[in-house]
Design a protein around this ligand. Structure first.
Ligand code: NAP
Length: 279
């Protein structure tokens, strides 16, 4: 039976460490969170981020804008926050309502305040291995593996999913840790065969029940990034947890796995920004 990777406990530990480091700074790290419209999931995420900021001793400001906000109004707000010397991080909760050009919005955030690491400048730095922000979800996954002393170097890692937010940066990070990396996606002809080659399998698709036990090598490490709702409305990942847990050496639960770590890594990035800003 697999060891369960306890993302919740680990996230609490990371946040405690962040809080200790933040307390030693000359001023509190400060994060501005912008939410547009009334997407209930986004509201839950934003509330979580505010709570995390409180726990870490950060200063935070929330900007809740109506769905009718224009692109120009949002860009003006970002511009104002970019100029504020006291503000270390700016986060725009995604997805934005359809009439927004998300790419333009993300590019408007000053790279040194881009705590989500979505700006092309920061993505480029990540790609060439320069120090800087690391996207929260993939960063959280690597941190989990390290905290559980799971070897990454020389291991075969299969990442299922190639989004800019999770799959691609996850693959880059695993490469940076000296894994041999395969990236799978919706056009991969034999997903099961690819997955079976994985020492470390990272599922980031968004399909309930996609990863079954027959797709997992005995003793593999299985990380489930996805956050889906099953037919009963229950939160679940891509991995058929019960059957895969019998075969894997390590597994992350959903909820309580990658999700809390993502939140904790946002705090790490905000702390990093504050330190870079000389606080
Ligand atoms: P996304 O942008 O929709 O990307 C999904 C990826 O999965 C795409 O690359 C897609 O391939 C691939 N895919 C779709 N069907 C597939 C199939 N049958 N076989 C293989 N690959 C397939 O999603 P995302 O933003 O990366 O998020 C993925 C999941 O992670 C979602 O459940 C999301 O809720 C969750 N998530 C969790 C956290 C967290 O903190 N835990 C953070 C972010 C996201 P193509 O590129 O070919 O279309």
């Amino acid at each position: 039976m697999a060891t369960i990777i306890d993302g919740k406990a680990l996230a609490a530990k990371v946040k405690e460490e962040v809080a200790q480091k933040a307390a030693a700074l000359t001023a509190k790290p400060a994060l501005a969170v912008i939410i547009v419209g009334d997407n209930p999931a986004s509201r839950v995420y934003v509330n979580g981020k505010k709570k995390d900021c409180g726990e870490c001793g950060f200063y935070s400001e929330e900007y809740a804008l109506p769905a009718e906000t224009t692109q120009k109004q949002l860009l003006d707000l970002i511009d104002e926050l970019n100029r504020r010397e006291d503000m270390d991080g700016i986060l725009v909760q995604l997805p934005l309502p359809d009439h927004f050009d998300e790419r333009e919005v993300l590019r408007a955030i000053r790279p040194d305040k881009d705590v989500d690491c979505f700006h092309p400048y920061n993505v480029g730095k990540l790609m060439i291995g320069e120090a800087g922000f690391v996207p929260c979800t993939p960063y959280g996954v690597v941190r989990m593996l390290k905290e559980y002393n799971i070897d990454i170097r020389g291991k075969h890692c299969v990442v299922v999913g190639r989004s800019n937010i999770v799959g691609k940066p996850q693959a880059i990070l695993m490469l940076r840790e000296d894994a041999t990396v395969t990236i799978c996606h919706s056009r991969t002809p034999d997903l099961a065969a690819e997955c079976r080659r994985a020492d470390i399998l990272i599922a980031a698709v968004g399909r309930v029940g996609l990863i079954t036990a027959d797709m997992v090598k005995e003793g593999a490490v299985v990380i489930d990034v996805a956050m889906n709702r099953n037919e009963q409305g229950k939160l679940c990942g891509d991995v058929c947890y019960d059957e895969v847990a019998k075969k894997a050496a390590y597994i992350t639960p959903v909820p309580g796995g990658v999700g809390p770590m993502t939140r904790a890594m946002l705090m790490e990035n905000t702390l990093y920004a504050a330190m870079e800003h000389g606080k």
